[in-house]
Write a new protein. Sequence first.
Length: 565
Amino acid sequence: MARPDHHDPALADLHDRLVHALNRAGLPDADPALERPRQPDHGDWATTLALRLAKPTGLNPREIAAAIVEHLDAGEWVSEVSVAGPGFVNFRLGSAYATGLVRRIVAAGDVFGRTEAAADTETVNVEFVSANPTGPLHVGAGRWAATGDAIAALVEASGHTVVREYYVNDAGEQIRRFGLSVLRAGRGEALGDDDYRGAIIGEIAQELAVGPQAALFEGALDGDELAERAEIIGSRAVEAMRRRISDVLMRMGVAYDVWFSEREGLHESGAIDATIEELVAREVTYESEGALFLRTTDHGDDKDRVLVRSDGRPTYFAADCAYLRDKWSRADRLFYLLGADHHGYVARLHAAAVCLGIPRDKVEIRIGQLVNLLRDGQPVKMSKRAGETIDLDEVVDEVGVDVTRYHFLRQSLDTTVDFDLAVVATQSMENPVYYVQYAHARIASLIRTADERGFVAGEVTDVDASLLDHPAEAELFAALAQMPLAVADAAELRATQRLARYAEELAGTFHRFYAECRILDDGVFDGSDDRAVRLARARYWLAVAAKQVLANTLGLLRVSVPERM
């Protein structure tokens, strides 16, 4: 889990002061490891130092805690230090910390919550969606699009370089069959049970059967000529479908850095043959009954995998290995986001990585559960092959991009998602995304009102947080301070739902602050009450800081931040 002292300069300072206190007290070196107390009334942060040092020193934990407190210079950020329970040392942060936090947020702007690039910065390849280009994206692909894109954003926010990649499966028998389906549709022939069907097949046929390309759909066809036409049309139809897929993903706010063609990047380039040669040279293969196998069971797979069939044709797994090898040549860490139907890929991909000399821990594979599409609680049946499907594009049209994305992002990848079109489209404060967005819009309205009425907010550097002693203000300060930690945790765990839930908690905290702490009373506009003006200014800048943190949080989730609602 992320460390608070790694993301907050005031807590980093307290961490260092605790280390010095240990030295001055003659106690062994240990990591202070600050954490939140279980009871909020015990303070803002605590350390279990004394409990962990009891065994190596043979001293009573409360005695150790007392010695730490006696030798500790807590600094300007801390207003109170106390010992509780069996030996917890608790810290309450004061107004100096609150003042510094508001100034830090406003000064940092849209980079608050992010981590600067460090010496251990990696280039992380994030592959997600990668649906077969033989039909439109269904609603389940929307989950991988939203989640993969947000995980990539979180990894970037952790200081790493990210490459978003889509693997275009544009080779093999399915593409020939796809081309044959489009060819038949373009010729006005009936489509059979083995053909791809649906309105999209006719649309692509109509798009391709124009100009010089129209000749591909004409004349008597059979045997080799039919196969050749199907291959040519299949290649062009895949590119037409890829453009459609790209368009709907762009509508979802997802832009890829790399669209990797299996046909060009692996088959035509010779990468598959080169990968097989490397694996043979590494002596991790063997032959049996004329086929070439990779020794994946040596590294946790349930069976060895065939690389080359007995007839000399490479398998799809050989292409997987070649793609793994290619990506590793371009990145320091590989992240795969796969659907539940790919669960069996985990062990074989990890085994392939080890066989290729790629460290196992550099290949992350996350499996997400499926999406049940409902309307008013009733299942919506889908069949891409039969063309009976509600496509992602249609879902976005019906409920909107923000609702679509956010509904997926607030769910753990480990849970199956029920996406009820009637429920998620509800435009009320009960809808979580609107609840969070409204908090941002409410602050924007407050700022507009202040400007229109001539309120002089002053500079953020003049904020005096010592005036902000209301419990709702303290709660809001605490929530704002949590943002960098929430981002770091969500990035480390690849858990977008943690950041979504943080956004909802922050929005709720702000709504309570707004209800209980009046900011723009009439008396602050004429300047007659100095204390009231200073209090209003402090609350104003606290609200501005909250607006920035809400915007940054939703920005990492790739959800819009409206100024008006």
